[in-house]
Design a protein around this ligand. Structure first.
Ligand code: GLU
Length: 284
């Protein structure tokens, strides 16, 4: 099977050195296996993604000389695919509408009276306390009919029963047992956009035939949820390779707000693509 990797930036800002590392890592993994690299724009967040950043990212990748396939998938153009997956999960009775605001969730957690260090939490913070899971179908319908905005959450314990015990392989860490329960009832369609990172990424990796997902280790735990979504929807399971996160000289992770380390700025300062590749530990 030909190796197919992907670099999947969100066009919410200019690329910085951390992104360049991630893109070059994906390219290196593809090259070493005589495979190919795809680029995917993860632009489902309509409030933060902008076309000018999409163009700027392509400009930066071209300048860097990244070898990638010409067909770029833009998630915002594939909402029908995500709607289809949600319809399947809905038919399996694994989704429920959640009307809670952030402050509703906070109040519910406060009302439960946990000591601060005992609040049930997962990799993304406090777990959703399940308030809307207990709404009856008619209560849900009434609130939807009243025009209250809602997200769709996965009923995690029901989903795990359907999915059964699952495993996935990280090339650096070996075989992992999937622990999606760590995340609780994750949002699969947000109030402001009819999909979510977890759903879109799992479906796209399958639809694009990705065989090796390379990404930063900040997303390592998210793979537990992706593995479950794959099982529920009958999607292929790629291999994974989570790479280290690049930090600046103070040990801080690069962030989009750090203008100084954007590729555009480094280019303006006269750095060459080869220098950047070498600095990051890749062959020019
Ligand atoms: N779009 C995500 C990001 O920019 C990466 C998602 C992934 O590689 O799975 O952080």
């Amino acid at each position: 099977m030909t190796t197919l990797t992907r670099f999947a930036p969100s066009p919410t800002g200019r690329l910085h050195l951390g992104h360049a590392y991630s893109a070059l890592f994906a390219e290196q993994q593809a090259r070493q296996a005589d495979g190919r690299l795809l680029v995917r724009m993860e632009d489902i967040d309509t409030t933060r993604c902008r076309p000018e950043f999409d163009h700027a990212i392509i400009e930066d990748l071209e300048w860097l000389g990244l070898s990638y396939e010409p067909n770029i998938r833009r998630q915002s153009q594939h909402m029908d695919d995500y709607a289809g997956a949600l319809a399947t999960l809905h038919d399996m009775d694994l989704l429920y509408s959640c009307f809670c605001t952030r402050s509703d969730i906070r109040q519910e957690i406060d009302a439960a009276g946990y000591a601060p260090h005992d609040i049930p939490s997962g990799p993304d913070g406090p777990l959703y306390p399940g308030t809307c899971r207990n709404l009856s179908p008619s209560e849900q319908q009434d609130r939807e009919d009243a025009g209250d905005s809602f997200a769709l959450r996965l009923d995690m314990s029901a989903a795990i029963k359907v999915g059964g015990p699952l495993h996935w392989t990280d090339r650096a860490q070996g075989q992992m047992t999937a622990e999606p329960e760590l995340f609780g009832d994750v949002v699969l369609a947000r109030k402001d956009t009819p999909t979510s990172y977890h759903l879109a990424v799992s479906l796209d990796d399958h639809l694009q035939g990705i065989t090796l997902v390379t990404r930063g280790e900040d997303l390592f735990a998210a793979t537990h949820v992706h593995r479950l979504i794959q099982a529920l929807l009958g999607l292929d399971t790629p291999e994974y390779r989570h790479h280290r996160l690049l930090t600046d000289e103070n040990g801080k992770r690069f962030a989009k707000r750090d203008k100084a380390q954007t590729l555009a700025e480094l280019r303006n300062q006269g750095e060459s693509p080869d220098e950047i590749r070498r600095t990051l530990g890749f062959e020019p």
